[in-house]
Design a protein around this ligand. Structure first.
Ligand code: ZN
Length: 308
């Protein structure tokens, strides 16, 4: 959705309510008392849903990422537009300015709530087929006093470890005989360390059991064969354009450029949310015009129930 369409579709609070009601009914409304998706009736005068079984009332925002927020739906919808408008994303200051928010903290929290639902949405999906896997080291912000005591270089405490996995299918050009790799879905997750236990847990949670997994020869990967269909250890070739780990290395390089270009340096505490936004957009690169609607769907998915 471009900005002209947005202005036409969502001129006021009422149009946002209408749209939200439609998508919530289509997704199904979760009743926190019945602990289930149940049939709900809509009360248009007071704008809430009522469970047909227990009569519990659910407001339009309740059970979504907007729950407990004092911001108007119109502000939230404009925030969804901004977060889905560009591939690179906005800095928090720019986001605050565009939304006319008086407090930086409000803009910061709003952006991170939206980033977290982007990440949760992708968390549902398991990678399958052929998958490349590697880790990246991403610079994170630390206070100056703390920084002095830290080691420098790869694996130092100033760098966060990010696991990166990409679906990657080899394609052969029948005329030339050359093979290239076509990429599908990506995943990125902050890791506390690169031990066999941590990596195996991630592979079990994020990568399907029938997968053919490509990694380098790191010692932490010794037991991965038992968790996937096949595990192929390859020589790490960061410089090779068509290497077996080409797509994870391309994604890592783009991630670093993105983080450095817009946010300069991010705090490790929020790094997973930035990864969520980056990967969410990367995975939806072929249906960019539908990103706004998809983001509304992700935002109303009743994740709140899982955290209670
Ligand atoms: Zn109920």
């Amino acid at each position: 959705m471009n900005i002209i369409d947005f202005i036409n579709h969502f001129p006021d609070e009422e149009s946002c309510e209408h749209f939200l009601k439609f998508y919530r009914e289509r997704t199904g409304i979760y009743c926190k008392t019945c602990c289930a998706f149940s049939k709900h009736y809509w009360f248009s005068g007071r704008k809430f849903f009522e469970c047909s079984k227990c009569r519990r009332r659910t407001s339009l925002k309740a059970g979504t990422v907007m729950e407990c927020s004092n911001l108007s739906l119109h502000t939230w919808f404009t925030a969804f537009l901004l977060m889905s408008a560009t591939k690179k994303g906005f800095s928090c200051l720019e986001f605050q300015r565009q939304l006319g928010l008086s407090r930086y903290e409000t803009a910061f929290n709003l952006m991170h709530k939206i980033r977290s639902v982007m990440g949760k949405r992708d968390g549902i999906y398991m990678l399958k087929g052929m998958v490349e896997y590697d880790e990246a080291y991403v610079e994170t912000a630390t206070s100056k006093a703390f920084k002095k005591h830290l080691k420098r270089g790869k694996g130092s405490q100033r760098q966060a470890i990010v696991a990166v996995a990409a679906e990657s299918t080899p394609l052969e050009d029948l005329d030339t005989g050359k093979t290239s790799r076509h990429c599908g879905f990506f995943k990125m997750q902050v890791l506390k360390n690169v031990t066999a236990e941590t990596v195996e847990q991630l592979v079990e949670e994020a990568i399907g059991k029938e997968t053919v997994l490509f990694t380098d020869k790191n010692q932490a990967y010794v037991n991965l064969e038992s968790l996937v269909g096949d595990h192929i250890k390859v020589k790490s070739s960061e410089d090779s354009a068509n290497g077996d780990l080409n797509w994870v290395h391309t994604a890592i390089s783009n991630l670093k450029k993105n983080l450095l270009g817009i946010y300069h340096m991010v705090s490790e505490k929020y790094l997973q949310n930035y990864l969520g936004e980056f990967v969410y957009k990367l995975n939806r690169r072929y249906f960019w015009d539908k990103l706004f609607n998809r983001l509304v769907v992700a935002a109303i998915y009743p994740y709140v129930q899982h955290t209670e």
